[in-house]
Design a protein around this ligand. Sequence first.
Ligand code: PHE
Length: 450
Amino acid sequence: MSKDNNTRAIFATKFGAIATTVGSAVGLGNIWRFPYEAGVHGGGAFMICYIMFLFLLGVPVLCAEFCMGRSSRCNVFGAYNRLSDEKGWKITGLIGIIASLMILSFYSVVAGWTVEYCFTSLTGQLNFHDRTKGHSQFVELTTGDRPIIWTVIFLICNFVILNRGVTKGIERASNILMPILFLLLIAFCINSFTLPGCKDGIKFLFKPDFTKIEPSVLLGAMGQAFFSLSLGLGCMMTYASYFSKSTKLGNMALTIASLDLLVAVLAGIVIFPAVFSFGLSPEAGPTLVFEVLPFIFNQLPAGVIWATLFFLLLFMASLTSTVSMSEISITYLCEEKNMSRKKATIISSLIALIGGILCTLSFGSLSDFKICGLTIFNLFDYISSNIFLPIGGMICSIFVGWKMKKDLIMKEFTNDGSMKFYTLTLLIFFLKYLCPIAIFIIFLNSIGIL
Ligand code: PHE
């Protein structure tokens, strides 16, 4: 990171910019959320919708966020404010800030589980030998009020990194840890091909049964595409405000989406063959990965070491994502409310702490407290991923497509005219019409209005 006009930091290297942005995108969304969503929504049918939404809606909206972020060089609220004279747009920024805090709350619970699994595996308490124990062990470790401690530990780590300034620690850490996580996933994938249920698992994930494509599958796949690319909140907008003038926005968007998809597919290849080999149900929901992984480690020599390493890396991948979520509210408080970074970090972390505790209690004292049939944990996930993210993405695409000055968009995608960007007309067409209309229709359809 270096300073631009002595005011705003920018990523110093191309690799640093990619690693940090991929760090935001790749996280629990790929390794925990993608397999369980795919499992619940019929495997192949979900996969095909997910890939379609990732590239047809996700990439254009990612381009739009990048464009707004780098041209305004400020937080999400300020970006709408600076790029338009009309007051109403900046409400989208506020929605993004609220949604980011909701995601941070439930995300920290799952990230807390990774810390707990890492710790229990390191101390030899995780049972890999009894295959029937996957579920009961998970329940034992994560239910009740005690796991609050792990959520809190995770949020403290998040706070420490944010307080030190994002890039020094986290940029360096993600440069090293993301490639290791990637290699580890590849090693586990190779192991998957030796499992007896490999064929069934791969078929489940890649062979679409088109009769299973229902509105809920479409909404789930769209929500997952937005969640996984960290879209719709202004997170990518905030990171793009740190991009250097020479970053090629179009290439960057495609690179991030492809790497993000690759990690999700690898995670699917790790999980589903094991699910079918050990006679588990792919529809287990949010607990899926944590119940299946111990079986996989059980297969491997020195399982304890693999397990500890895997949960450690998952914890790091979560941290690079939560840091990016927290940046949304912190940059807002610093730039719009003139707070010091320290104060802003404390406030945002305290809100996340309260939300995180409430979400953890969804598996303990508050497990019977339901709103519209959902626990607080599930409600936060549902509202933020399936409602706020798509709406935020839709408004961002309408804003760039219809409101932002064309020469400004041109300037961003051609880096001030120094390169060609042949697909600009297509991109603007997508942002003007396809993305907003598609998002809106899927949204209305899924809430039963269409
Ligand atoms: N994309 C992250 C993941 O896949 C989650 C995330 C969502 C991060 C929204 C930032 C903003 O884990």
